[in-house]
Design a binder for this molecule. Sequence first.
Ligand SMILES: Cc1cc2nc3c(=O)[nH]c(=O)nc-3n(C[C@H](O)[C@H](O)[C@H](O)COP(=O)(O)OP(=O)(O)OC[C@H]3O[C@@H](n4cnc5c(N)ncnc54)[C@H](O)[C@@H]3O)c2cc1C
Length: 310
Amino acid sequence: MDEKKLAAQQLCQRIQRLLGADASVYCWEPMSRHTTFGIGGPADCFVEVKTEQALRRLWMDCCRKGHEPLIIGAGSNLLVRDGGIRGVVVKLTGVFSAVEVVGERVLAGAAAALKEVASTACMAGLTGLEFAIGIPGSIGGAVYMNAGAYGGQMADVVDRVRVLTEDGDYCEWSQKDLGFDYRRSSLQDGSHVIVRVAFGLHSGDAEQIKATMEDYTLRRAAKQPLDLPSAGSVFKRPPGHYVGAMVEAAGLKGVRVGGAQVSEKHAGFIVNRGGASAKDVLELIELVQTEIRKKYAVDLETELKVVGED
Ligand SMILES: Cc1cc2nc3c(=O)[nH]c(=O)nc-3n(C[C@H](O)[C@H](O)[C@H](O)COP(=O)(O)OP(=O)(O)OC[C@H]3O[C@@H](n4cnc5c(N)ncnc54)[C@H](O)[C@@H]3O)c2cc1C
């Protein structure tokens, strides 16, 4: 066994001893299994954490050793490089998946699927989360990214967030502490784990809420390449422009690098046509950025998060 894998195995054994039954630990886990792109090299130590106590213990242990873990949600906004991730990757599960309706509030663990939370709100006759129905992320990832669609965004509905801070304390942040902006929250500036979110919604007509969600679902299916693996929109929207239209007008629709392709259906997406590597995707991103800079003098900033080593 090579040195890297041996070190990974020792790390995994230590973490499993530390957390016991409160976690499942996977050694040299392919990240392609945990991203909607279906791309990504192995993580040394992939840990599914089931309780708040175990999360704190793991977090403190990693930080003491100078290796902050990477927290992932549904992996729907992630590109993991082909060499994978050294150290610990954490995915929340267990208690972090709970969803509860209390009056006009929905309380959801960070691991709950955004779609499930939106559906729960709909069934309870609560309006506000209709925009979220087709976004394939977790609650944690959606708040971190301030995910949004069809004129709505997480910033409009998040009331309070429970976070594990870099010092290992659990605390409650209010909406104004979260510094929401376009596809941004202040959580991106530090090392915090989102563990639970309280949404402030309003009573509405369940039939109307359902109809709006169905409309958004149809519009999404008509425009987006949902049949192919992707990470959604690759680039943030530059002020005054639409990325898809710019990329299409630059003649880049359908352009390929290896297994990665600018979607033929929506030029703001890059899709994995089979066997794409992270290197293919990164080269294609660079090609698009270069052409758009030449044609429009616009710098496209990536929305997806790129992690790991080459
Ligand atoms: C087909 C498709 C359509 C999409 N449509 C939209 C859309 O309409 N609007 C939109 O905004 N996005 C869209 N996306 C992108 C993506 O779904 C969102 O960005 C989503 O919010 C990411 O959530 P996630 O759980 O998958 O996060 P991940 O991709 O797992 O992680 C994203 C970032 O969040 C961090 N993170 C995740 N969980 C936590 C946590 N608990 N605590 C701290 N940090 C955390 C990660 O470290 C990472 O930096 C789409 C993606 C796809 C594949």
